[in-house]
Design a binder for this molecule. Structure first.
Ligand SMILES: Cc1cc2nc3c(=O)[nH]c(=O)nc-3n(C[C@H](O)[C@H](O)[C@H](O)COP(=O)(O)OP(=O)(O)OC[C@H]3O[C@@H](n4cnc5c(N)ncnc54)[C@H](O)[C@@H]3O)c2cc1C
Length: 405
């Protein structure tokens, strides 16, 4: 079978004189075929989930390397359960998160959230993960159904089939196409031609380092909520750590030392962040600009559907976008396995996932301002409240994150 999903077969036919001849005929694969554009967390989860349900899926990823995934992320228990169900050994690529500590406007300790305990009550640990390790592993699991170096440039319909065109002039044809190609989705230009990402005047850097800063305890994630800036450091297992700095009201500047920029904007530089900076070279720091997509347009058109950031890009301040893409993929696999009534599947998928996805986007916007507030009095009140959360309320807050509610 070629990359388009068509197979070349020999078949009997008649020539113009009516004589039987043996000739090559091209036939489109008869089975239900799902074409997935984008081999990030959403696309790979969908491919594995569909395989588990016996549905053929092929993934087309723009890059032939994993360098665009040189970051880490926190995957909450509800999404970890899905990955584990698909046979992904997450514990090999990350560290179970035990405790999240939050520090306030003046660098003071505020609170400690029992993520490990509440996650296990919900049935699985939450994990801080090295994204590159996880994506490489899941890519290997998808195996020969993953086609790399395939930059999708456009989508079109061909009768009852959907066709993706790539920059190398090849194409892939399937019953449906699922756009899992991230926040700057190309597939979205077919589904929602007028939708636009809203970019914020907020950005920063994220990095993964192959060492632990001296002050980082195993299973810990520390968050620093200072005026105009949020920072974080977390254990991601395998002796590695991730850290980030996010600025509000400012964007990363190119052509200037990143460390200098960070030291300029963080009012009270936590010792552990300093340790991280010392262990990180500038080219390990990945610049990020916050943005999101809230649109009332449907997530599908004809035989093409959007999933994950392509449908509902979220800014990183809620730490939930990847979890949301995983949950999307799982629900879609369930729906696709039961019927070929695509419009019904697409509608149920959107109805099932849109409320949660939109609430994450809104929560993330709120978190940006809550964690980087500039008002002295507002920060005092916030910090006092965070420092006095009753144990029962802490449990409730963590439970909502762990269960994706
Ligand atoms: C700094 C930062 C921190 C974050 N932290 C967290 C966190 O802690 N927890 C969490 O749950 N979420 C987090 N997120 C959000 C999360 O990263 C995204 O929501 C998630 O990656 C979305 O998954 P996706 O598969 O939809 O898209 P992506 O992960 O962006 O994957 C899209 C894939 O499509 C490929 N692609 C793009 N264009 C094309 C094309 N034209 N043709 C073919 N392939 C294409 C890309 O190369 C990529 O591999 C964070 C985001 C950022 C920026």
């Amino acid at each position: 079978m070629d990359s388009s999903g068509s197979s070349i077969k020999a078949g009997w036919g008649r020539d113009e004189n009516g004589s039987f001849i043996l000739r090559k005929v091209s036939t489109v694969a008869a089975e239900k075929t799902v074409i997935i554009i984008g081999g990030g967390i959403g696309g790979l989860t969908l491919a594995l989930a569909l395989r588990q349900r016996g549905v053929e899926a092929r993934v087309y990823e723009k890059y032939d390397h994993f360098q665009n995934h040189r970051t880490g992320f926190l995957i909450w228990s509800y999404a970890i359960k899905i990955l584990e169900r698909l046979g992904v050994p997450v514990s090999e690529d990350g560290a179970a998160l035990e405790v999240m500590e939050i520090y306030g406007a003046k660098g003071q300790f505020l609170t400690s959230l029992p993520v490990g305990e509440v996650s296990r009550e919900s049935g699985a640990d939450s994990y801080e993960i090295n994204r590159l390790r996880l994506i490489s592993r899941m890519s290997q699991m998808v195996g020969e159904q993953l086609h790399v170096g395939k930059d999708c440039i456009s989508i079109e319909m061909d009768g009852e089939r959907a066709v993706a065109h790539f920059s190398d002039k090849s194409q892939a044809t399937g019953d449906i196409i699922v756009g899992c190609d991230g926040a700057k989705s190309t597939v979205r230009t077919f589904v929602q031609p007028s939708a636009k990402l809203e970019m914020f005047n907020a950005g920063g850097w994220i990095a993964v380092i192959d060492q632990h800063p001296a002050d980082l305890k195993p299973g810990y994630h520390l968050d620093f909520w200072e005026p105009s800036v949020k920072g974080g450091v977390a254990d991601i297992g395998n002796g590695e750590a991730r850290w980030y700095v996010g600025m509000n009201g400012r964007l990363p500047e190119s052509g200037r030392s990143i460390k200098e920029q960070i030291l300029d904007v963080v009012p009270v530089v936590p010792t552990i962040l300093n340790q991280c900076l010392e262990l990180t070279s500038e080219d390990q720091m990945v610049p990020v600009i916050g943005g999101d997509l809230l649109t009332s347009e449907p997530w599908y058109r004809e035989r093409v559907l959007l999933l994950g950031d392509a449908a509902h890009a979220t800014s990183p301040y809620a730490g939930m976008g990847a979890c949301s893409a995983i949950a999307d993929a799982f629900l879609l696999s369930e729906l696709l396995a039961t019927t070929e009534d695509w419009p019904a599947v697409f509608e149920s998928f959107e109805n099932g996932r849109k409320p949660a996805a939109e609430s994450i986007i809104k929560e993330s916007r709120k978190n940006l301002h809550l964690s980087t507030g500039r008002g002295i009095l507002k920060n005092k009140i916030r910090d006092w409240k965070l420092g006095h959360i009753p144990e029962k309320a802490k449990h409730q807050i963590v439970s909502e994150m762990v269960n994706g509610r």
